[in-house]
Design a protein. Structure first.
Length: 396
């Protein structure tokens, strides 16, 4: 197959979308498929990357984030698609990338890739304390109408799990197709646990070896709800001896630093590009805490589980979907007191039993990105076959 991704938010300095598309380039090459990415950049050009190709379409920098560029030359995108003649065309955003892909007149299966739930990221985070999530969703009915209209121009809407497929189906989004994400299990493993590293980290937090070591990972952005984690930790740490490390950075560093100020035994570790170091630390802590309820797939939560670390997560979103009573406790998203109660419940349980449950979940419930792309390419072949069969039937 030849798969062309019209990827509005693919950039060299990008985050999760860049990582995902790079993995797809490599997986496609390995499986014998040709993957081409059409993305906005400062200049036009084409390059080989990860076994596939990237074709850059020139556009202005995005004013709110100079790492990204605006995809705005629809005619040029369509000229590239005419030349490439894909079997599958993907629209990787609900904005210009999705619309440009949907309006191309060529004969290809079209899929809408649902990378982010904007209603969960912003309105749920901002308004969730004032009203229920269901009421917030109803308040933003115009967005759901917009998404329905766009999705109906595609053959399927690819989502990261069954729970998200059900959420989108409830709003009439066309043909949600669950293709579960996965993680790199060579990165996340109980074999990395290091008692000496754990002791050193506790000492850096000013705590003895018998204290509990907690960890969280997330970019500095309101959707990650660091304030909920910090306040919840502050309440729980007054009853149990514990310390918390938070890894990550981002545009709201000033806010996260202000929220963390003055809380004993809490340390902001910043961003690290050393994956090996981060994996060793993750496997050596005692518990993992998470605040975001807006993720389509809780990547860092899955990594914690596969590292043998019991988790405290909100009861919604991709992170909540990964929770299981055998190794986790849940709380209402955005509720610090609820988070503290969930954390205190977790630390009162037998940790080794939960570690064993994490290991079982890592083996049976959490897949790898290889599993994800195998499934994705299989679904694409199925959609192609359906399209060909329909075309044959229509000519008879």
């Amino acid at each position: 197959m030849k798969i062309v991704d019209v990827a509005e938010f693919y950039a060299d300095q990008g985050g999760g979308v860049k990582t995902y598309i790079n993995q797809k380039l490599m997986a496609g090459s390995k499986a014998g498929h040709e993957i081409v990415v059409i993305a906005p950049g400062p200049t036009s050009g084409e390059e080989k990357r990860h076994g596939g190709r990237v074709i850059w379409v020139p556009g202005p920098a995005l004013p709110v984030d100079k790492r990204y560029y605006i995809l705005w030359r629809e005619k040029l995108v369509h000229e590239i698609l005419d030349r490439e003649k894909p079997d599958i065309i993907e629209g990787s955003s609900p904005w210009t990338g999705g619309w440009f892909a949907s309006r191309w007149k060529g004969d290809a299966v079209k899929t809408f890739i649902f990378h982010q739930d904007p209603v969960a990221v912003y309105p749920h985070t901002i308004l969730g304390k004032l009203m229920s999530y269901s009421n917030v969703d109803r308040l933003f009915y115009l967005y759901w109408r917009y998404l329905r209209r766009l999705s109906r121009k595609f053959d399927a809407t690819v989502v990261s799990g069954d729970w998200l497929a059900h959420r989108l189906a409830a709003f009439g989004v066309h043909n949600p197709l669950p293709v579960p994400f996965g993680i790199d299990k060579t990165f996340s493993s109980t074999d990395r646990r290091d008692p000496k590293l754990r002791k050193k980290l506790l000492e850096e937090l000013g705590l003895p070896e018998d204290a509990m070591l907690l960890m969280g990972i997330g970019r500095h952005h309101p959707e990650k709800r660091h304030g909920t984690l910090f306040e919840g930790f502050k309440i729980a740490s007054q009853k149990k001896k514990m310390g918390l490390m938070i890894f990550g950075d981002g545009p709201f560093r000033w806010l996260v630093e202000r929220q963390a100020k003055g809380i004993p035994h809490l340390k902001l570790m910043g961003f690290t590009s050393n994956r090996e170091e981060l994996a060793n630390i993750l496997s050596s802590v005692d518990y993992f805490v998470h605040g975001s309820a807006a993720e389509t797939y809780g990547l860092v939560v899955a990594e914690a589980i596969c590292s043998g670390i019991p988790v405290v997560v909100p009861n919604s979103g991709g992170a909540g979907d990964l929770a299981d009573p055998a190794y986790s406790e849940e709380y209402e998203a955005g509720d610090p007191a609820g988070m503290a109660e969930a954390l205190l419940r977790l630390v009162e349980r037998d940790r080794q039993t939960m570690v064993e449950a994490c290991t079982k979940a890592a083996e049976k419930s959490i897949g790898t990105m290889d599993d994800h792309f195998d499934r994705l390419f299989m679904e694409y072949e199925r959609l192609l076959s359906q399209k060909k069969n329909k075309a044959t039937a229509d000519t008879v």
